[in-house]
Design a protein. Structure first.
Length: 82
């Protein structure tokens, strides 16, 4: 009996913790947009045409991350608008 009660309490506490820390779609979309804006500002600092391999690689990674963040933002925005 006591074991079942403590198990129920721990499951209830875990569920409360999960619900309390969940974000709305609008909050997630805002985070993706903020991330995309930050990545865009970092991209603007890196020259487009350079012979430096490290800078080319860094630019390619930031471009991929920016595109993914914008894709996620647009997907959530479109879902939220429906």
């Amino acid at each position: 009996m006591l074991k079942n009660m403590s198990m129920k309490l721990s499951l209830g506490a875990a569920a409360f913790f999960m619900v309390k820390n969940m974000k709305t779609l609008a909050e997630l979309a805002e985070e993706y947009l903020a991330q995309a804006n930050y990545l865009k500002s970092e991209l603007n600092k890196i020259p487009k045409n350079t012979d430096n391999y490290k800078l080319k690689y860094k630019r390619a990674v930031f471009e991929d991350m920016y595109n993914e963040a914008m894709s996620n933002y647009n997907r959530l925005k479109n879902y939220y608008e429906k």
